[in-house]
Design a protein around this ligand. Structure first.
Ligand code: NAG
Ligand code: NAG
Ligand code: NAG
Ligand code: NAG
Length: 265
């Protein structure tokens, strides 16, 4: 019953919510979900589900503002934390993720919808054995923007692709091409360190709405010792700057060329 599987615990239209000290295990879908909420504090929670349980996000945020999530352990089969449209002022720190699909903003802009996400910080956190580390994913054809994103002091261990922006996100085999896209700007990666098992950095941005203001510093990503097949960093239409040397060298970022103008959100 994929469409009727419920979240284990869902808050809708709530403000001043505190969730602390609970364990949620084997949810049929998202473990903990907030829609249309404001002033949310989540701390000291444990989410525990197998890495192959489908669509089991750890914490799912939608249309929620002023959210702090800290000091929690999340193991699940989808995004450890999923940040969806309408979310802003979200601060995530001291969270351990894995297995799972990492910390994700999106998928945004599905079916030509407008999406707005701003001011998201993920810091002082770790990921082990996840498919991605810190990720922004948008569907082709959407509008709106993702702005003011900071990923800082993230330790990864055996993560397939630690750093990813994908403006061609598609969970089917093939999606139609569109020129419109959710604009991504002002994304900063500081001190992302550890090991990857597939590709250290993957930035696939839209031809018509490139990613701008992407800045990286103190990136140190090395191949996992046991794995054999690796790819180098990949960038497409990605503009910004390297503030320090990086391991491996990420020379595919192009210098920022212009200040783009975006749909207001
Ligand atoms: C990594 O996660 C996968 C998928 O959940 C699991 O099968 C595998 O045992 C995990 N590996 C380690 C080293 O934890
Ligand atoms: C996490 O948040 C809780 C509740 O706000 C706070 O008591 C705790 O000190 C925080 N932990 C860290 C490591 O900041
Ligand atoms: C995001 O942060 C900027 C700079 O601090 C602030 O001006 C803006 O109002 C914030 N936007 C939202 C939606 O929180
Ligand atoms: C979309 O564009 C890409 C790149 O030009 C192309 O390889 C792909 O076949 C196109 N997909 C469809 C469904 O038209």
């Amino acid at each position: 019953m994929p469409r009727t599987r419920p979240a284990a615990l869902r808050f809708y239209g709530c403000s001043n919510v505190v969730v602390t000290g609970i364990i949620i295990q084997n949810s049929p879908k998202a473990h903990l979900k907030f829609d249309n909420c404001a002033a949310v504090q989540v701390s000291g929670i444990t989410v525990s589900s197998p890495g192959d349980s489908p669509n089991t996000d750890g914490i799912h945020l939608q249309n929620s503002q002023n959210v702090v999530i800290n000091s929690s352990d999340i193991a699940c089969g989808d995004d450890c934390i999923s940040i969806q449209t309408g979310s802003s002022a979200v601060f995530i720190h001291h969270v351990n993720c894995g297995p799972g699909h990492g910390f994700s903003i999106g998928g945004l802009g599905k079916d030509k919808t407008k999406a707005c996400v701003s001011n998201i910080t993920v810091q002082d956190s770790t990921l082990q054995n996840t498919t991605t580390g810190v990720r922004i994913k948008t569907w082709q054809g959407g509008s709106g923007s993702v702005q003011g994103i900071m990923f800082s002091n993230i330790q990864v261990s055996d993560v397939k692709t630690p750093i990813m922006i994908d403006q061609f996100y598609c969970d089917k085999r093939k999606c139609r091409n569109h020129t419109a896209a959710v604009a991504i700007s002002g994304v900063s990666y500081q001190s992302i360190k550890g090991t990857y098992s597939y590709k250290p950095v993957h930035f696939a941005c839209s031809d018509s709405v490139p990613c701008t203001g992407v800045s990286l510093s103190a990136i140190e990503l090395n191949p996992s010792p046991e794995k054999k097949h690796f790819y180098g960093p990949y960038c497409w239409e990605t503009y910004g700057e390297l503030r320090t040397n990086t391991t491996p060298p990420i020379d595919c970022i192009q210098p920022d060329k212009r200040i783009p103008s975006y749909d207001s959100c």
